[in-house]
Design a binder for this molecule. Structure first.
Ligand SMILES: O=P(O)(O)OC[C@H]1O[C@](O)(COP(=O)(O)O)[C@@H](O)[C@@H]1O
Ligand SMILES: [Mg+2]
Ligand SMILES: [Mg+2]
Length: 282
């Protein structure tokens, strides 16, 4: 099996798991009574999606490691790529029935790995319909998923040149002054769109152009989102779609990997908006 075949099998396994993930949600909206390695309370749905993806992705030929935001340590599944997953992104949106996602990064290196070791990455968006954006070999394809089967909606997704939306996480009074000043500046041209699931908010940026951030906070200088499971894979998708990712000073893909569950501030979007952001944070 070539690397490209393995990537295709991973993409198919994630798409194939989506009907089961969706079907498992209604009965799993309650707290699991446990915390993930980042110290956040899990829902039963977080545990369910993690178990399901561990089983499906661990069975793919050419996947050697499964890692997830919901597990302390990596799981050895054989020889091959390391797959890092956020099984349910934005699971606090389950209670109010808002959008959520699943994120997958495919690294050709032991974890924790650099974003430069990604060979592919993608995410599923559980909205009114189920879609997937998947980046491989420098381009991004958007799929519609029905009954676990992906069909291509757009074979070459790129960020529109004329951006219109922005969404920043964290409490506004907790933003550092330079982040707040940047938002003041861009909000004269952009509309606020913030739904509380990274994938929902990033997919609006991919669709309409703009900027998404979960910034450094005064109370949490590393922000909230995790490098291996969230920032690297989604940064890779945005970069392959012609946009930029940043941790505030350079591409998120260049952040030094030091721990499996490390966090980093993340800024994603159109090149011009991320250039201005980095200048504002200097
Ligand atoms: O509620 P906040 O602080 O705005 O945080 C929202 C952020 O947290 C997350 O929900 C974290 O992801 P998980 O749900 O996978 O832990 C992101 O999807 C989202 O961008
Ligand atoms: Mg997440
Ligand atoms: Mg999650």
């Amino acid at each position: 099996m070539t690397g490209t075949d393995t990537v295709a099998a991973i993409r198919a396994a994630v798409a194939g798991a989506t009907p089961d993930i969706r079907a498992g949600l209604p009965g799993r909206r309650e707290q699991a009574g446990t915390e993930n390695p980042s110290g956040e309370r899990r829902l039963a749905a977080d545990e369910y999606a993690d178990e399901l993806l561990a089983e499906r992705l661990g069975a793919v030929d050419g996947v050697g490691t499964y890692a997830s935001e919901e597990r302390e340590a990596v799981v050895d599944t054989g020889e091959g790529y390391a797959v890092a997953v956020d099984p349910l992104d934005g699971s606090s949106n389950l209670k109010p029935n808002n959008v959520m996602g699943t994120i997958v990064g495919v690294y050709d290196a032991d974890l924790p790995a650099s974003g430069r070791d990604l060979v592919a990455a993608g995410y599923v968006l559980y909205g009114p319909i189920t879609t997937m954006a998947f980046a491989h070999e420098g381009s991004v394809t958007e799929y519609l998923i029905e009954n676990g089967e992906p069909t291509v909606l757009n074979g070459d997704v790129t960020l529109p040149d004329d951006p219109t939306v922005y969404g920043f996480g964290g409490r506004v009074p907790d933003w550092p002054a330079d982040v707040a000043a940047y938002v003041d500046e861009v909000e004269s041209a952009l509309k606020l769109r913030y739904g509380g699931a990274m994938i929902g908010d990033v997919n609006q940026v991919l669709t309409y152009g703009g900027v998404f951030a979960y910034p450094a906070l005064q109370s949490a200088p590393e922000g909230k989102l995790r490098l291996q499971f969230e920032c690297n894979p989604v940064g890779y998708v945005i970069e392959c779609a012609g946009g930029r990712s940043s941790d505030g000073s350079g591409s998120v893909l260049d952040v030094d990997p030091t721990a499996l569950h490390q966090r980093t501030p993340v800024y994603l979007g159109n090149e011009g908006l991320i250039d201005r952001l980095e200048a504002a944070l200097d």
